[in-house]
Design a protein. Structure first.
Ligand code: PEP
Ligand code: MG
Length: 904
C-alpha cells in the first residue's frame, strides 16, 4: 500500500532532492528529469547554481490523467517554494522595488533538445520593468528583457504565431535603421512592448497576465502541454522514448548574461569532444542571453580566449568543470552564465563524443584515477573501435558531394571503410589494372568464389544483388575491404561494361567512391580521413586482454592476413579457409586439372603441384603466427565452384559449334561442360561439400595434410614454434569424422616419421550441422576440438539460405510483413549477423555440454561471422567457449567485447 510518506513529492528545491526524492541517480532522473537531477547534483557538488525548484514528472502524468488540469494544490506548493527562493536571492516575485525574475524550463528523463518549451524573464510587468532597470541601473536591459518575455510568453502560453513578433521587430529595426535587435534604443523597445500586446489582444483576445503568480501557472501548464507537441512526439517515436514518462519543470531564479561587459553566457565541454584532449572546449558571448548563442546572430568566441580576457573567470570555469567531472566521473557538457563577473551553472549533462575522443577520455580518466580500468573498458562501445580503424571519407567532403549532385545512391553497408577507384566490371581486368598500379572498384551483379582474384585486387566491391552475408560481403569483410552489396537501383550491363545508378551512367574506367560503413556511393574521388591506432587504443586493448576469459583468434587465409591479425592482437588463427589458396590465376588451372582428372594417377600429378604451393602458404602462415595455434580447415566448398559456370560454358560451346570452330578449345570446353554437368547439384550448399568431399576424394585431404605437416616440419627447422590444428568441416555423423580423421592421422604420422621430426598437433571438427550438436558426445570421442561454423549452423537451423535469404525475404522479416493491414515483425535481428541465442545458441549449448561430458578438455571456439560481433561474443563467453575467431580487422573489437563480457 502506498502511504502518504511514500508518495513522491510534487515539487522540490534543488538542494532537497536527495533527501526527499532519492539519492539514486536513475530514480532522480526519472522523477526530476535530466535537467532537474543535474541541477540537484550540481548543488550537492557545491557548484554555483541559481536557486530553484523542480516540479516532478509525476505532476505531468497527473496533468494528463486529469484532462489537462494541474493537480489542485500544485501551484500553492510552488508558491511556497518561491518564497524560499525570494529569501535566498533577496528579491521578491512582483516586487516593485527588487523584483525576482524566474525561468521556467522543461526536462524529461531522456534529453530531447529543443523539443519542448521554455520561458525566461517571468515576473516582468509594466511595474516591475521599471524596478528592474533601476535595480541593475540599466533601463535598456530591463526593456529588452520585457520585450523578450512578452514575445516568449505569448508564443508559448498563448500560442500566438512567432512570425507575427518577427514582423513587428523587423519594422522596428527598419525604422531605427539598425541590423540587430540588441541595437534598438529604449523608446523603440517600449513601443515594441505596446505593439506586441496590442497584436496579441487583436489576434487572440487574450492578454499576458500582469500577476506573476498567474504567469507562473500559465508557464507550468504550457511546459506540460509541450510534452505532447507534434515535434516532441515525433522525436520520442524516433528515439523510442516512452510517451508516458512526462516532463519535469524547473523553475529557477534568473541570472543575466546580458547586463554588461562583465556578463556573458556560453556552453563548454570539460574535454575536447572531438579529440578527447584535456582542455575546456566551447564558446561564449559577452553581454548576451543563452538564446543568442543558439540563434547565431553574433559569432561566439572560443572559450580559450576567455583566458586572456578574464583569467579569473576562466579559472573559476576551469575549477567548476573539474569539480563536475570528478563528481560525474565523465566528460560534461555544461551551460553557464556570467552575471557581472559571477559564474553560474545552468545545466550539465554527459558530453557526446567521437570514437577517438571516447577511447582517449576513458584511458585518461582511468590513468588519472577518476575511474577504474574496468569502468574505462565498459564505457567504449565495441563498434567505436572499428570506426577508429577504418579509413573514412571526410564528412565535409560528403556534404559538398551531395550539394554538387555527386551522390549516386545507396546499397547495404556490407563491409565498412572507404574506397576510391576506377570501375571495372570484370575480376580479370580488375586484377590486371591493379597489377599496373591502378586502384579499382569491382562492380558486379554479385560475386562468386571465381571472382576472388578480382576482389583481392580491388580496393572495394559494389554489387547490385546479395545481402550482408553474400559472398562479396563475407569475403570483403574478411579482407577488411569496403563493400556495398544489394544496391538494387544499380542496373549493370556486363556486356556493354556500363551501369546506371539513379540518373548517372557509370562506364568502365570511371572513378567512384564507396562508403562501406554507410552503403553510400559517390561520383569521383572523395577526400579521405586516415585511421588511427593511437597509444590510448593500444593501452585500452591491453587492459581488455587482462580481463577477458575468451581467447581471440583471427580468420586468416594468407600470411599477410595472419601478420595483420597478430598486429591487431590475435592469439592464433581460428579458421584458415584453404580453398582461397586455389583461386589465383596460377593455381586455378591446376586445381581444375585435378578435378578433371580421368584417373587417380592423373589426379596425383596435379595434387603434387598443389601440395608444393600449399606447403609454402602454410609455412609462411606458421611463421607469421610463431608460437600460436593455427586452425587449418580442409577443403570445404563443392568442387564445381572451381570450374567455370554451366551457363558460361553452354554459351561458349554453342557459339563455337555454331561458328564451326572445332579446335582444341572446343574439345576442352566440351570436356569441362561434361564434368560441370556431373558435378552440378540442385542444392550444392547441402551437397558434396565439407567432409563428404574428403570421404569421396581422400587424396585431396591427403595432399593438404601432407602439405601442412611438411610445412610444420620445415618451419620448426627454421626455429618457428608451430601448433597446427587440422579442422574437418561439416561433420554431421560421428562416423564421417572417424573415417576421415583415422586416415589423416596416419598421413600425419608418416610425414613426421619420414622427416624424423615430431610436431605438436590436434585434429578436430567444425560444428555447423544441427545433428552434430545433438550427437556432440559421440563426435567428441574422436575430435579434440570443436569450432562452431555459425554461418552454416544458422543457415541449417533456420533453413534460410545464407546466399539468398536477405534479398528474398529476410529484410521483410526484419522490417515487418504486412498482412491484412497489420504489421508482423518476424525477426528482431538478422541471425546471420547476431547469433540467435534461442535456437542456434541452444544447439551450441547442447554441443558444448555433451562434448565436454565425454572430453572435459575439449577446446571449443566460434569461427563463423558471429565471432566478430559483440553480442554473440558475450554469448560465447556465457556458454564457456575457449575462444572466438573473427576477421583480422574485427580482432580489436573482439578483444574489447570479450573483456566487457567478462566484466558484466
Ligand atoms: C561457417 O559456416 O560458419 C564457416 C565459418 O564456414 P564458411 O563460412 O566457410 O562456410
Ligand atoms: Mg561453413
Amino acid at each position: 500500500m502506498t502511504t502518504v510518506k511514500d508518495a513522491p513529492p510534487s515539487v522540490v528545491l534543488f538542494d532537497e532532492a536527495f533527501d526527499r526524492v532519492s539519492n539514486e541517480r536513475e530514480k532522480l532522473r526519472e522523477m526530476l528529469g535530466g535537467k532537474g537531477a543535474g541541477l540537484a547534483e550540481m548543488c550537492r557538488a557545491g557548484v554555483s547554481v541559481p536557486p530553484g525548484m523542480t516540479i516532478s514528472t509525476e505532476m505531468c502524468r497527473q496533468y494528463y490523467a486529469h484532462n489537462g488540469t494541474l493537480p489542485p494544490t500544485l501551484m500553492q506548493e510552488v508558491m511556497e517554494k518561491v518564497k524560499v527562493l525570494e529569501e535566498r536571492v533577496g528579491r521578491r516575485l512582483g516586487d516593485e522595488a527588487k523584483p525576482l525574475l524566474l525561468s521556467v524550463r522543461s526536462g524529461s528523463k531522456f534529453s530531447m533538445p529543443g523539443m519542448m518549451d521554455t520561458i525566461l524573464n517571468l515576473g516582468l510587468n509594466d511595474k516591475t520593468v521599471g524596478a528592474l532597470g533601476k535595480l541593475w541601473n540599466n533601463e535598456r536591459f530591463a526593456w529588452d528583457s520585457y520585450r523578450r518575455f512578452i514575445q516568449m510568453y505569448s508564443a508559448v502560453v498563448l500560442e500566438i504565431p512567432r512570425e507575427r513578433f518577427e514582423h513587428l521587430l523587423e519594422s522596428a529595426r527598419r525604422k531605427h535603421q539598425v541590423e540587430n535587435d540588441n541595437e534598438l534604443p529604449v523608446p523603440a523597445l517600449m513601443s515594441l512592448v505596446s505593439s506586441f500586446k496590442e497584436m496579441v489582444k487583436a489576434t487572440s483576445g487574450k492578454v499576458v497576465p500582469a500577476d506573476p503568480a498567474e504567469q507562473l501557472k500559465g508557464a507550468v501548464e504550457a511546459v506540460f502541454r509541450s510534452w505532447k507537441n507534434p515535434r516532441a512526439i515525433l522525436y520520442r517515436n524516433l528515439h523510442h522514448i516512452d510517451h508516458n514518462l512526462g516532463t519535469a519543470v524547473t523553475v529557477q531564479a534568473m541570472v543575466f548574461g546580458n547586463l554588461d561587459e562583465q556578463s556573458g553566457t556560453g556552453v563548454c565541454f570539460t574535454r575536447d569532444p572531438g579529440t578527447g584532449e584535456k582542455l575546456l572546449f566551447g564558446e561564449y558571448l559577452i553581454n548576451a542571453q543563452g538564446e543568442d548563442v543558439v540563434a547565431g546572430i553574433r559569432t561566439p568566441e572560443k572559450i580559450s580566449s576567455l583566458k586572456s580576457e578574464n583569467a579569473a573567470l576562466y579559472g573559476q570555469l576551469e575549477k567548476t568543470a573539474q569539480l563536475l567531472e570528478e563528481f560525474y566521473k565523465d566528460v560534461q557538457d555544461i551551460e553557464f552564465t556570467i552575471e557581472q563577473g559571477k559564474l553560474y551553472l545552468l545545466q550539465t549533462r554527459t558530453g557526446k563524443r567521437s570514437a577517438q575522443a571516447a577511447v582517449k577520455i576513458a584511458v585518461d580518466l582511468a590513468n588519472e584515477g577518476v575511474i577504474s580500468r574496468e569502468e574505462a573498458l565498459k564505457r567504449i562501445a565495441p563498434e567505436q573501435i572499428n570506426q577508429l580503424l577504418l579509413p573514412s571519407f571526410d564528412p565535409a567532403e560528403k556534404e559538398k558531394a551531395e550539394k554538387e549532385s555527386r551522390y549516386l545512391g545507396k546499397g547495404l553497408n556490407a563491409s565498412p571503410g572507404a574506397a576510391i577507384g576506377m570501375v571495372s566490371f570484370s575480376p580479370h581486368e580488375a586484377e590486371k589494372l591493379s597489377e599496373k598500379g591502378h586502384k579499382v572498384i569491382l562492380v558486379r551483379p554479385e560475386t562468386c568464389p571465381d571472382d576472388l582474384h578480382g576482389i583481392v585486387a580491388a580496393k572495394g566491391v559494389l554489387t547490385s544483388r546479395g545481402g550482408m552475408t553474400s559472398h562479396a560481403a563475407v569475403v570483403a569483410r574478411g579482407m577488411g575491404k569496403p563493400c556495398v552489396t544489394g544496391c538494387s537501383s544499380l542496373l549493370i550491363d556486363l556486356e556493354a561494361e556500363e551501369a546506371t545508378l539513379g540518373t548517372h551512367v557509370i562506364r568502365k574506367g570511371d572513378v567512384i567512391s564507396l562508403d562501406g560503413s554507410t552503403g553510400e556511393i559517390f561520383w569521383g574521388a572523395m577526400a579521405m580521413k586516415a585511421p588511427e591506432f593511437t597509444g590510448e587504443l593500444t593501452t585500452l586493448l591491453e587492459w581488455a586482454d587482462s580481463f577477458r576469459a575468451l581467447g581471440i583468434r583471427a580468420n586468416a587465409d594468407t600470411p599477410q592476413d595472419a601478420r595483420r591479425a597478430r598486429e591487431f592482437g590475435a592469439e592464433g588463427i581460428g579458421l584458415c579457409r584453404t580453398e582461397h589458396m586455389f583461386m589465383d590465376q596460377e593455381r586455378l588451372p591446376i586445381m581444375q586439372s585435378m578435378i578433371m582428372a580421368a584417373s587417380k594417377e592423373d589426379r596425383e600429378v596435379a595434387l603434387v603441384q598443389l601440395r608444393a604451393m600449399q606447403k609454402e602458404d602454410f609455412r609462411a602462415i606458421f611463421e607469421a603466427m610463431d608460437g600460436y595455434p593455427v586452425t587449418i580447415r580442409l577443403l570445404d566448398p563443392p568442387l564445381h565452384e572451381f570450374l567455370p559456370s554451366l551457363e558460361e560454358l553452354l554459351e561458349s560451346v554453342a557459339t563455337r559449334r555454331a561458328k564451326g570452330l572445332e579446335g582444341q578449345r572446343l574439345f576442352r570446353e566440351e570436356k569441362l561442360l561434361k564434368r560441370v554437368r556431373e558435378l552440378k547439384e540442385s542444392n550444392p550448399m547441402m551437397g558434396l561439400r565439407g567432409c563428404r568431399l574428403g570421404l569421396l576424394f581422400p587424396e585431396i585431404n591427403e595432399m593438404q595434410v601432407t602439405a601442412i605437416f611438411e610445412a610444420a616440419v620445415e618451419a620448426r627447422r627454421q626455429g618457428i614454434e608451430v601448433k597446427p590444428e587440422i579442422m574437418i568441416p561439416l561433420v554431421g555423423h560421428e562416423r564421417e569424422l572417424q573415417a576421415v580423421q583415422q586416415h589423416l592421422e596416419k598421413v600425419a604420422l608418416s610425414v613426421m616419421e619420414r622427416e624424423g621430426m615430431n610436431v605438436e598437433y590436434l585434429f578436430g571438427t567444425m560444428i555447423e550441422v544441427p545433428r552434430a550438436c545433438l550427437v556432440a558426445d559421440k563426435i567428441a570421442e574422436t575430435a579434440t576440438f570443436f569450432s562452431f561454423g555459425t554461418n552454416d549452423l544458422t543457415q541449417m537451423t533456420f533453413g534460410y539460405s545464407r546466399d539468398d535469404a536477405e534479398g528474398k525475404f529476410l529484410q521483410r522479416y526484419l522490417d515487418g510483413v504486412e498482412i491484412d493491414g497489420e504489421k508482423h515483425k518476424i525477426l528482431q535481428d538478422n541471425p546471420f549477423e547476431i547469433l540467435d541465442r534461442d535456437g542456434v545458441g541452444q544447439l551450441m549449448q547442447i554441443a558444448v555440454q555433451k562434448g565436454r561430458v565425454v572430453k572435459p578438455s575439449l577446446k571449443v571456439g566460434v569461427c563463423g561471422e558471429h565471432g566478430g560481433e559483440s553480442s554473440s561474443i558475450h554469448f560465447a563467453h556465457k556458454i564457456g567457449l575457449d575462444y572466438v575467431s573473427s576477421s583480422p580487422f574485427r580482432v580489436p573489437l573482439a578483444r574489447l567485447s570479450a573483456a566487457q563480457a567478462a566484466l558484466k
